[in-house]
Design a protein around this ligand. Sequence first.
Ligand code: MTE
Ligand code: MO
Length: 355
Amino acid sequence: MPDSCYFYLTRCTPFCLVILALFLPGCTPEPTEEQLSLWRQDAIARNAAIVTQQAQDRKQTQWEFTITGQTTKGSQTFNWSELEALATTTINTTSPHNTTDPNALLNFRGIAVSQLLDAQGVKPNVTSVTFLGFDGFRATVSLADLKRYPILLALERDGRPISRSEGGPLLLVFPQSEYQQLAQYAQRFWVFYVTHAIVGTEPVHIRIGSHNLDRNAFEQLPQITLEETVGYRQDWPIGKVKLRGVRVKDVLEAAHVNLNDYKNVIVKGKAATTRDRSNPIRLRMDDIRECNIVLVTQWGDSEQPIPARLGGPVTLASSSSCYGSGGFENATDEDHRWVTFVEELEPEGELPAQK
Ligand SMILES: Nc1nc2c(c(=O)[nH]1)N[C@H]1C(S)=C(S)[C@@H](COP(=O)(O)O)O[C@H]1N2
Ligand SMILES: [Mo]
C-alpha cells in the first residue's frame, strides 16, 4: 500500500493531492530520497532569493548619489561615507507621509541641497532642480526655494537610518512646519531613494558603444513626429502630445551599427531600475526596423526641448501602431515603452554573420 501512495504522490498535481488526501486517508506516505532532495534544493533557492532581496534593501552603505546637469563644476558622484560627512544639517518638521500622526514633529538629519548647489556651482538661467529616485520617479523643485530654505537630502529620521520602505536611504525632505511657503511641495515632492539631482537640464547625449551623439548629430538625422498619449510618469499633459525626434533605427545607423548583426537593443536611462540587468528594457531589432521607435528631443506644438522636469533631454517613445502586430517584449509594460532620461543604446544578441 505505501508504495502505491508514493506512486500517486510523485505524479500528482496539487489538485490531485487534495483528491488523494480525501480518498486515501489511511495512506501517510514518507517522501522518497529524491523528493527530499528536491525540497531541499527548493528551500535553498528560496532562501538565496530572500538573501539577495535583503542585500538590495540593505544597500545604504553602497548607495551613491550624483549631482549633474548645468553646474559650473560638472557632475559629481558621492559615496555613502562622503554623504555622511556632508549630512550636517538637522530640521524638525512634520511629514506628509506620517498619516498615523500628521502633527508629529520629526527630526531629520541630512545634506542641505543649497550647500551641494553652492559647492557644485549653478550656471546662469537655471531655475529648477529635478530629483530622481531609484525607481525613476522624479520631482522638480524651484532653485530659488532650494537656495532659500533648508531642504534636505535626509539620511536619518529621529536618529535612525531611513529604511527603504520609508523612502530611504536618501529622502528629500521639506521643512514645511517652519516655512509655510513650502506647503506647495506636497507629498509627491518628497522623493524616495534619491539617486540624482539634475540641475536645470542636461545636454542631449546618447552613447552607443564608443559612439556619442549630441544634439547636433541628432539634427543631421531625419526628424519624425509622433502624436501619442504618453505614459511617462509625471507632469506630462493628459491626452495626445506631439513628440519630435529621431528613429532609433537612424541613430543606430549613425553610430555604424549594422541592424542585421543583432537581435535586440537594450535601452538604458538614468534611473537605476532602467539599468537592472535582470530586467532590461529590450527592443527587438525587427520592431526597430518596422516601427517608429523614437528618441524624442522636442515636444508640443511649439517643439520645445524636453526639460528634466519631463524626463528630458531625451525620452523613448513608440508609435501605438507598433503594438497591434504582436508588439515587442513587455509591450504592455508602460515603463518599457516610455523611458525617460535615456542615456544609452546597447545592441545585444549578436547574430551569425550573413552573406
Ligand atoms: N522614489 C519615489 N518617490 C516618491 C514616489 C515614488 O513613486 N517613487 N511617489 C510620490 C508620491 S506621488 C507620493 S503621494 C508619495 C507617496 O508617499 P506615501 O507612500 O508615504 O503615501 O511619495 C512620493 N515620492
Ligand atoms: Mo501621490
